[in-house]
Design a protein. Structure first.
Length: 268
């Protein structure tokens, strides 16, 4: 059912029923029904009609919104699968090509390095394909994923998650998890860190902040980050979330990734 139909039903149904009752009352029922009695009846009829119509209308709207949210979440999952496919192509396919070249040249040491790189890419891809479990709130599911990541990578994770329940929509959770996943994948592959930190806090209205830090080597600025696939994807996801993203070196060593979203704000 479309919103246009809801609009016309809201306009016409009360008008037809209440107006029709008043027409019948004044033309046919006045000899049998006093004005006071008629006023009581029209008041009760209006109350009953408003209750029934509002109950039906809001139940239908909730069902429509649930279908929209489900479709948004499904679309976000498809986009995540496409991102993983591109990541596999950029990582594993290139490593296989490099391995093939080195094997043909007889450079076994370089081939062993390529095999190790492929192994790391495959392990990371398999880990990334593990979707968040269905049960529990988003912070509970995220804590479980972070614990699994820490066990796999050997890097300690300190998590500070303070979120209102159902603050993010399912589609937003997919985008936010994709950013967290990419950031921690970079820590595992490039940072050589021993410790990492994540803080995700929600505020008033639609404001929230995500901060991810590590004590590793720090981000290199030898080339624009727009040329780096992972950072480019994080910026695109931040744009989808209407959040500003800032990536800097930590004063103590390592990298800080900060996302902030304000109610009615725009990403950069």
């Amino acid at each position: 059912m479309s919103y246009r139909l809801f609009y016309w039903l809201t306009v016409l149904i009360p008008t037809i029923i209440i107006g029709g009752f008043e027409f019948v009352r004044h033309d046919f029922l006045l000899p049998y029904m006093s004005m006071e009695t008629g006023n009581v009846y029209i008041t009760l009829l209006t109350l009953l009609l408003s209750f029934l119509f509002a109950t039906w209308m809001f139940r239908t709207i909730r069902q429509m919104n649930a279908r929209i949210v489900e479709e948004q979440a499904r679309r976000a999952v498809y986009e995540e699968r496409e991102r993983l496919a591109r990541e596999l192509h950029d990582g594993i396919a290139q490593s296989l090509f490099f391995l093939n070249v080195k094997l043909k040249q007889g450079h076994l040491d370089d081939a062993r390095v390529a095999v190790s790189a492929i192994d790391n890419h495959v392990r990371q891809a398999i880990f990334n394909l593990r979707s968040l479990p269905e049960e529990g709130s988003f912070d509970q599911r995220l804590e479980k994923w972070l614990a699994q990541w820490s066990a796999l990578s050997g890097v300690d994770v300190a998590a500070d998650l303070r979120m209102q329940e159902s603050f993010f929509t399912p589609a937003e959770e997919v985008q936010l998890f994709g950013i967290i996943q990419e950031a921690f994948a970079n820590i595992r592959k490039h940072a050589q860190a021993k410790h990492s930190w994540i803080r995700l806090a929600t505020g008033e209205s639609r404001s929230w902040e995500l901060v991810i830090e590590d004590d590793g080597l720090g981000i290199a600025h030898t080339q624009p980050d727009t040329k780096k696939y992972g950072l480019s994807m994080m910026r695109e996801r931040a744009r989808q979330l209407h959040a500003a993203i800032d990536i800097q070196k930590r004063a103590e060593g390592g990298t800080t990734i900060r996302l902030t979203a304000q109610a009615g704000g725009f990403s950069k």
